[in-house]
Design a protein around this ligand. Structure first.
Ligand code: IMP
Length: 202
């Protein structure tokens, strides 16, 4: 089965490809569809955004499509930045800007109340535009008081993963990709996709 990833990001495609290895699927990405319309992420939840991207991409291409949406949810901020994670420091804000803003907003929050989680939601739609599978992955951590580490992207330098005593930005990609919200969501998606393919081929 051919599956279109609703993203042109080569890293996302590589990660998905690696984690779906062995399944009878061929992955293509939006990089192969330069005229595809950009789907706006205007949903109120990660699940809504993932579903909308998967459905619109499937309808546009006539292929099965998979999409994800992810972000950081901080408990003391009632789940913010959440679906606004990419735009937290404005439309032109850099990764450094979003981290700096979060540290500033949280400067008076005591250590015990700095809990947060990364969430990733995945939706898989068929060519008729029906969502057939969903999956979710979560990674629990805390927000640091300073940026730490130079790897990764987004909020990685301020997200401490307590079992490792390191931020995501202090981990090599192989370490992060074993325990991240995205890895956990893709793992669940793989299990469900395997069952789905069995049923489709039966
Ligand atoms: P996307 O849905 O994967 O494009 O992620 C949206 C935004 O969430 C990104 O621009 C980042 O700010 C944040 N984000 C998602 N996943 C991660 C991660 O693994 N590390 C750091 N930031 C992330």
């Amino acid at each position: 089965m051919k599956i279109l990833i609703a993203s042109a990001n080569p890293d996302k495609r590589a990660e998905m490809e690696q984690m779906l290895r062995g399944l009878p699927v061929e992955l293509v990405s939006l990089a192969d569809f330069p005229d595809a319309p950009e789907v706006q992420e205007t949903g109120e939840t990660f699940a809504q955004n993932a579903a909308r991207k998967a459905v619109e991409t499937a309808l546009y291409s006539g292929l099965h499509a998979v999409a994800d949406d992810s972000g950081l949810c901080v408990d003391v901020l009632d789940g913010a930045p959440g679906v606004e994670s990419a735009r937290y420091a404005g439309p032109r804000g850099t990764y450094r800007d979003v981290c700096k803003k979060l540290l500033r907003v949280m400067r008076y929050v005591p250590d015990g109340r700095r809990t947060a989680r990364f969430e990733c939601h995945i939706a898989f739609a068929d060519p008729e535009g029906d969502v057939r599978l969903t999956a979710r992955g979560v990674c629990e951590g805390t927000i640091t008081r300073q940026m730490r580490g130079g790897r990764g992207f987004g909020y990685d330098p301020v997200f401490l993963y307590p079992p490792a005593g390191k931020t995501f930005a202090q981990m090599v990609p192989e370490e992060k990709n074993k325990l991240s919200h995205r890895a956990r969501a893709i793992e669940e998606f793989r299990r469900k996709l395997e069952e789905f393919l069995h049923q489709e081929m039966a």
